[in-house]
Write a protein that binds this ligand. Structure first.
Ligand code: NAP
Length: 251
């Protein structure tokens, strides 16, 4: 018996990195997992095959998370196919790091639309079905960057700070319907997103992390699996930092 037997989940940005780890973990715990990706169809189909080989069920959907009508259609299709969505993990995200003085309007709006408006798009699409079902688990992927200034990330930090406020408000709106809404703030995780920074300064970064290693997708997936399980049914509106102690500020 898995902790998530009988549950259906939707993970955005599931084809690679943290999202891929979340898909594998939720499927291993017994959930049927739909995931959304943008363009990497090869990564998506190899993930579906990997889940199937392990005895689970996953389905990839190519959807641009910025596109509200495509998101609505995707959510309707999953509910039509699988009857419900119990779990939503808003994980898709991008960086377009540039100092503010040089940031283009496109670099600003692309990050806000992909990281923050996508959360509005998916949360709104599942709200009525979850309210009617009197059950739901939503986890939004923030970042330690939401609360710790990094040069070159005004767009990214604004999107993640927005996610944290959104999470707390939504949690209060849906608590009476049995829907919990939480966020996770990862630190440095080994994914494609951090390749450039890791290539430039991996040793320095590790020195600043009390647990002396970078995080893995599995570290974030474990936190997601907990927050969507019955064991977390009394936790809502919280931001769980998973960063190896990076932001503790010790010496
Ligand atoms: P990643 O390896 O770059 O993967 C990003 C995923 O998002 C891919 O599956 C990608 O799909 C998908 N995606 C991007 N734009 C999309 C769009 N417009 N529509 C649909 N899917 C889209 O990133 P990651 O490092 O796993 O990051 C995942 C989340 O964790 C992000 O929200 C990120 O901000 C957050 N986070 C990451 C770190 C870190 O250290 N890595 C730290 C803190 C927070 P394709 O495969 O099709 O491109």
């Amino acid at each position: 018996m898995g902790r998530l037997d009988g549950r259906t989940a939707l993970v955005t940005g599931g084809s690679r990195g943290i999202g891929r780890g979340v898909v594998l973990r939720l499927a291993a715990e017994g959930a049927k997992v739909a995931f959304v990706y943008q363009s990497n169809a090869e990564a998506a189909s190899s993930l579906v095959a990997e889940v199937a080989q392990a005895g689970g069920t996953a389905a990839g959907h190519q959807v641009d998370v910025k596109d509200k009508s495509a998101v609505d259609a995707c959510v309707s299709k999953i509910i039509e196919d699988w009857g419900k969505i119990d779990i939503l993990v808003n994980n898709a995200g991008i960086v377009r790091d540039t100092l503010l003085a040089k940031m283009t309007e496109q670099q600003w709006s692309e990050v806000i639309a992909t990281n923050l408006s996508s959360v509005f798009n998916f949360c709104q699409a599942v709200t009525l079905p979850m309210m009617s079902a009197r059950y739901g688990r939503i986890v939004n992927m923030s970042s330690v960057a939401a609360n710790h200034g990094n040069k070159g990330q005004v767009n990214y930090a604004a999107s993640k700070g927005g996610i944290e406020g959104f999470t707390k408000c939504m949690a209060t709106e849906l608590a009476s319907r049995g829907v919990t809404v939480n966020a996770i703030a990862p630190g440095f995780i080994e994914t494609d997103m951090t390749v450039a920074v890791r290539n430039a300064a991996e040793a320095e970064i590790k020195k600043r992390i009390p647990l002396k290693r970078l995080g893995k997708a599995e570290d974030i997936a474990s936190a997601v699996a907990f927050l969507v399980s019955e064991e977390a049914s009394y936790i809502t509106g919280q931001i769980l930092t998973v960063d190896g102690g990076l932001t503790l500020g010790g010496f």
